[in-house]
Design a protein around this ligand. Structure first.
Ligand SMILES: Cc1ncc(COP(=O)(O)O)c(C=O)c1O
Length: 445
């Protein structure tokens, strides 16, 4: 795709796209479609749609294609593995790609503890496995999680998810025993305090109030935490917050479960987002970018937490051979091609440009992020900071018409998560489209 992008021939949805969208809407059950992009093929950070438009991808298939669409090393690994065998039930038999991947993940986890790995197919399954690990080992029933957290949509993980009402509406009762605490959301501090003079009140209150009322610590199995809250709005906690939380968990024998499903795999410039802190998690959940575009999840945990009885937990497809091969190739690319350094470098470039754009646009209420995990929270005005989801939705649609694929997050945020391998000229072009889309959408109010 050597053409200059974005290249819009017919603003999406063009005629071919409209036909496929109609078919999709007739037969596909509940979905969260964001923009009318009907993909034909994709390479690097560029997507060609069925009507011949070339769009810049700031979504990476929701943080999955961290090494870019169609990376040659990942494709070659998939082809080679598929030619040998595609599936052989990795929980019941043995094969090398799975064992090698487990070894790599166990060794990449922070801290010096020996670790073990359980493979799944998705983020929610990783959360479910982590719930079972925590209950099985501690024999405690309660969990702590955070308001606006997202850990998945199956019935166990949903009890921990508190991101948007739509995820929970109509599904009560949840798995009992999840207690939610406000996250470190400094732009809208629920306690109306200011960092650092707050002395991390939002962690201190766990011991001072929650443990003394609804959640006796000796009954709490684990605290589930996203190192950057993803679906909740790309909220980055302040310095020292994660360490303080880890300290509280450790003091009470509570497992710290670090959900890296969205923020991990190099996205923030480090392999895991928690590595920006000194906290050492007991359990790490992974999925999304782990499979290099194929469905794969994993739980990496302290070896002493391993199930003591074979079959206590299992799954048919978890650790599928082709997905493991794609994952090993993805790790090779992350390690060999300077991808995480690119995420740091281009993340800083993006952050600077967004800050410049916000200087003259008060609707850009807060710009935040780490590496190439970034977002803007759109507001009505700088004084009230009232969330502006209508404007956000207009910007996402307008950007798509102009050739940039975006995703919303939180109540009124847009996340910017291009492949970590994106070239700087494409990143700049994408930000140029974003700027135009913001201005056009504000004018259209
Ligand atoms: C932090 C986090 N955990 C878990 C999940 C659930 O992953 P999946 O959609 O693969 O079940 C997501 C999905 O967005 C996520 O962002």
């Amino acid at each position: 795709m050597g053409l200059k992008v974005p290249l819009i021939r017919v603003p999406p949805p063009g005629p071919k796209a409209r036909a496929i969208i109609a078919l999709d809407e007739r037969y596909i059950a509940t979905s969260t479609k964001t923009a009318p992009v009907v993909v034909k093929r994709a390479e690097g950070a560029v997507v060609e749609d069925v009507d011949g438009n070339l769009l810049i991808d700031f979504s990476s298939g929701v943080s999955v294609l961290n090494v870019g669409h169609g990376h040659p090393k990942v494709l070659e690994a998939i082809r080679r593995q598929a030619a040998h065998f595609t599936h052989f039930a990795g929980t019941d038999y043995y094969y090398e790609v799975q064992a090698r991947l487990a070894e790599r993940l166990a060794k990449k986890a922070p801290g010096r503890r020996p670790r073990k790995v359980f493979f799944t197919n998705s983020g929610t399954e990783s959360t479910e496995a982590a719930i079972k690990i925590a209950r099985h080992n501690t024999r405690r029933g309660l969990f702590l999680a955070f308001l606006k957290a997202f850990h998945g949509r199956s019935m166990g993980s949903l009890a921990l998810t508190a991101s948007k009402p739509v995820h929970r509406r109509g599904y009560a009762p949840m798995m009992p025993s999840a207690v939610h605490v406000p996250y470190a959301y400094c732009y809208r501090c629920p306690y109306k305090l200011t960092y650092p003079s707050c002395d991390l009140h939002c962690v201190n209150i766990i011991e001072d109030l929650y443990f003394k009322s609804v959640a006796p610590p000796e009954d709490v199995a684990a605290v589930f935490v996203e190192p950057v809250q993803g679906e909740g709005g790309y909220i980055v906690p302040p310095k020292g917050w994660m360490e303080r939380l880890a300290g509280v968990a450790k003091d009470h024998g509570i497992l710290l479960v670090d959900d890296e499903v969205q923020a991990g795999m190099g996205r923030t410039g480090k392999f895991l987002a928690i590595e920006h802190t000194k906290a050492i998690p007991d359990v790490i959940t992974l999925a999304k970018a782990l499979g290099g575009g194929l469905p794969l999840g994993a739980v990496v945990f302290n070896a002493e937490l391993d199930w003591r009885e074979a079959g206590s937990h299992s799954t048919t497809f978890g650790g599928n051979a082709v997905a493991c091969a794609a994952s090993n190739a993805t790790l090779d690319v992350l390690e060999e091609e300077d991808v995480m350094a690119n995420a740091t470098r281009l993340g800083a470039r993006m952050g600077k440009r967004l800050a410049e754009m916000a200087e003259t646009r008060e609707v850009m209420g807060d710009n935040r992020g780490l590496g190439l995990l970034r977002a803007t929270e759109f507001v009505t005005d700088a004084r009230t900071r009232r969330p502006n989801p209508a404007l956000r939705d207009r910007i996402v649609r307008e950007a798509c018409r102009r050739g940039l694929i975006l995703l919303p997050c939180g109540e009124s945020g847009i996340r910017y998560i291009p492949p970590l391998t994106i070239r700087s000229d494409l990143l700049d072009a994408g930000l140029g489209v974003l700027e135009g889309a913001i201005d056009a959408s504000v004018r259209a109010r």
